[in-house]
Design a protein around this ligand. Structure first.
Ligand code: GTP
Length: 376
């Protein structure tokens, strides 16, 4: 597979300077001291080395001659000499704040211009990553920046090479779309914050309910199993009471770290609140869930948190497991796992260990959880 860099030949960021765009660009937003205001200037490319704070930077820093946005989709789409309808384009990419919808709108217009076969968008943080179409061998890649803010990387692919002209068209359209991508990215980030536990970085109750309902529906549709673990730390209150809340917080973070380390990336790890955690395991039946519970128990038994007074606080948790059975809803799945947890909790009573603590026997917990499930 070859990865093509944009091949145009003067250095500096891509600019949008097509005369067909000038009437629209005359009213574009221009950043002043970090904010935006309407401007009527900068029609000439030499005055606009980048798209007023928004620039599309080809990843190999190529040269970019003035841009002409012209459709190449052929007679069935648009006449070759007809410029892209920028108003329609801007309406399409700003019609939604959902990142996937913005990217789909962008790709519809890009397809009219360069007939690409696939695309990928990678956020600056690495996630989310959106993609569409297929993975053809020729590709161009752009780093998107707006007002010095990194907005990630956009790649487009197709079976034949992208000409310089194609690249200029892509860059022009990306430059127009970048503010919409930035807004959608912010929207995504805000939503993500709402679903994140600020202490541990895991998902929170909202994430569990949003994701859980969706995964359960997917599992039903594809007839795949799905299961859930509910964890509760043992004698966590005593940790807080003895060593203080900051140490308790570190224990919670250590548990979160351990859960992430021993579960699959496809699993959802959530802190429901206090010292209660949930792991949602798509494509997993009860046996898989119990194996995962055992891995978690074992991993936690190896962990400890060191206090300023050189105490080593071991971590122990009780775990309940349940697998989806026909007719259940998501709430019932949680309730079953929680009931199994309750049985597990009442079966043992261990003090908080300072120094390296061992967790409860995973197999006894597993048996207890499984028994609860089978008894129902
Ligand atoms: N450090 C810290 N403690 C918290 C947080 N949220 C809840 N807690 C504490 O977690 C403790 C939970 O106590 P319990 O539900 O009695 O749990 P436990 O002591 O583990 O009891 P068992 O589960 O029966 O072993 C309470 O002391 C809460 O104050 C938090 O964000 N940080």
């Amino acid at each position: 597979m070859s990865i093509e860099a944009p091949s145009s030949c003067h250095s500096g960021p891509a600019s949008v300077s097509d005369s067909s765009l000038h009437s629209h660009l005359a009213h574009r937003f221009v950043p002043i001291h970090g904010s935006y205001q309407l401007a009527r200037t900068l029609h000439q490319p030499e005055h606009a080395p980048f798209f007023r704070g928004c620039h599309v930077q080809p990843n190999n820093q190529p040269d970019t001659p003035p841009l002409t946005l012209v459709s190449t989709a052929g007679p069935s789409h648009r006449q070759p000499s007809e410029p892209i309808d920028t108003i329609r384009f801007l309406q399409a990419v700003t019609a939604s704040l959902e990142l996937d919808e913005v990217l789909n709108a962008l790709n519809d217009f890009l397809y009219d211009l360069v007939a690409h076969s696939g695309w990928e968008y990678q956020c600056p943080t690495g996630e989310p990553c959106f993609s569409g179409g297929k993975s053809d061998p020729h590709r161009v890649e752009y780093s998107l920046t707006l007002n010095a803010q990194n907005l990630g990387v956009f790649r487009i692919k197709r079976g034949r090479r992208f000409s310089e002209e194609d690249q200029r068209r892509i860059e022009g359209l990306l430059a127009l779309a970048t503010p919409a991508i930035q807004n959608a990215l912010r929207f995504w980030q805000v939503n993500r914050q709402l679903e994140r536990d600020p202490l541990t970085g895991l998902g929170n109750r909202r994430a569990l309910s949003v994701q859980g309902e969706q995964w359960l529906a997917d599992s039903l549709r594809h007839r795949h199993p799905i299961s859930m673990l509910v964890l509760d730390l043992d004698r966590f209150k005593a940790v807080n009471d003895t060593y203080g809340h900051p140490v308790g917080d570190r224990v919670l973070c250590k548990v979160a770290e351990t859960l992430l380390a021993v579960t699959r990336t496809a699993d959802l790890c959530v802190r429901l609140g206090g010292d209660e955690f949930v792991v949602l395991l798509p494509d997993s039946d009860l046996t898989n869930a119990l194996e995962c519970a055992e891995r978690i128990q074992h991993a936690l038994s190896q962990q400890f948190v060191e206090t300023e007074s050189d105490h080593h606080i071991g971590i122990s948790a009780s775990i309940g497991a349940a697998a989806y059975r026909s007719g259940m809803d998501f709430e019932q799945l949680y309730r079953q796992a929680d009931e199994a947890l309750y049985v597990a909790k009442s079966a043992h009573d261990r003090p908080v260990r300072t120094c390296q603590a061992t967790s409860r026997s995973a197999s006894s917990r597993r048996a207890s959880a499984a028994e609860t499930l089978r008894a129902e």
